[in-house]
Write a protein that binds this ligand. Structure first.
Ligand code: PAF
Length: 286
């Protein structure tokens, strides 16, 4: 397995790979967990060669966010990738991603980029699209793998790829969950044992919404109230937002009339967690 640091080495390696097969890219910020492992396994099934990028992207962290405290353990991540049969890791210093004085494309996240995670973290999606665009440009992947836990990110990346006609297939991968339903996330490691015990409330809330949708409820206010009740009953959790969005536009809706997704964002004293679920029965709803 190659461990490369520079943009030019990355271009050279991936263009050689493309000459005789398909390149799968798994973009990460490191601190790899079971969710990343499932993306990597999927990439290895599909592609001839798998590249994992490990880069804690400063452009997607706002002032006062947890950039400095973001968990980093490159040696462990390298071992995980080696164990999973990854072909190469790109773990660049910041100057290789953002060379000073070089203006890089900054795709517009548009109004959807200002809602939910974008409202809670202004500028976040501008930074995500900038780094993902740069990764696609340097790597030229045939497919890129993203987890559905970050549904809004996945929506915006998919839209960027369509609007800019970037020749890559985005592969959405199912959220990997712990036994109580908590979605795998690098931020889970920050939870105290007591917070961790209560963090299952996100999935419980989403499951309540799913149960109501399955039973035919179409008014999203009913689902939102049920999710808020579940999280509100969890002593250490504070709601950031709960909502139901139309899956194809990511806009909040009052009535389910097609594929819809329930979203939750919750603050615990040590970490802010997000999760979402595509609502069952919503695909055919009118
Ligand atoms: O989801 C993440 O880990 C990051 O937002 C990504 C896509 C690697 C961009 O930095």
């Amino acid at each position: 397995m190659d461990l490369i640091r520079t943009a030019s080495d990355l271009r050279e390696l991936t263009s050689a790979w493309r000459a005789d097969g398909e390149v799968g890219l798994v973009p990460t910020m490191g601190s790899l967990h079971d969710g990343h492992a499932s993306l990597i396994r999927r990439a290895r099934e599909d592609a001839t060669r798998t590249l994992v990028s490990i880069f804690v992207n400063p452009a997607q962290f706002g002032p006062g966010e947890d950039l400095a405290a973001y968990p980093r353990d490159e040696d462990r991540d390298v071992d995980v990738c080696r164990g999973l049969g990854v072909d190469a890791i790109w773990a660049p210093p910041v100057e290789e991603v953002y060379p000073s004085g070089v203006p890089l494309p900054e795709p517009d996240a548009g109004p959807v980029g200002e809602t939910f995670e974008g409202a809670a973290r202004p500028g976040h999606f501008r930074g995500v699209l900038k780094v993902v665009h740069r990764l696609f440009d340097l790597t030229g992947p045939c497919r890129a793998y993203f987890g559905q836990k970050d549904a809004q990110q996945l929506f915006l990346i998919g839209r960027m790829v369509r609007e800019l006609a970037i020749p890559v297939t985005i592969v959405p991968c199912a959220t990997v969950r712990e036994s109580d339903g908590l979605a795998c996330s690098s931020r889970n490691a920050r939870l105290s044992p007591e917070e961790r015990e209560q963090a299952g409330c996100l999935f419980l809330a989403l499951s309540e919404a799913a149960g109501l949708a399955r039973a035919g409820e179409r008014e999203t206010a009913v689902l939102v109230a049920a999710m808020a009740r579940e999280i509100g009953a969890t002593p250490m959790a504070r709601i950031d937002y709960v909502a139901v969005v139309r899956d194809v536009t990511f806009e909040a809706i009052a009535r389910i009339d097609g594929p819809a997704r329930a979203l939750v964002a919750v603050r615990f004293p040590s970490a802010r967690l997000i999760d979402n679920l595509l609502l069952p029965g919503s695909a055919g709803a009118r």
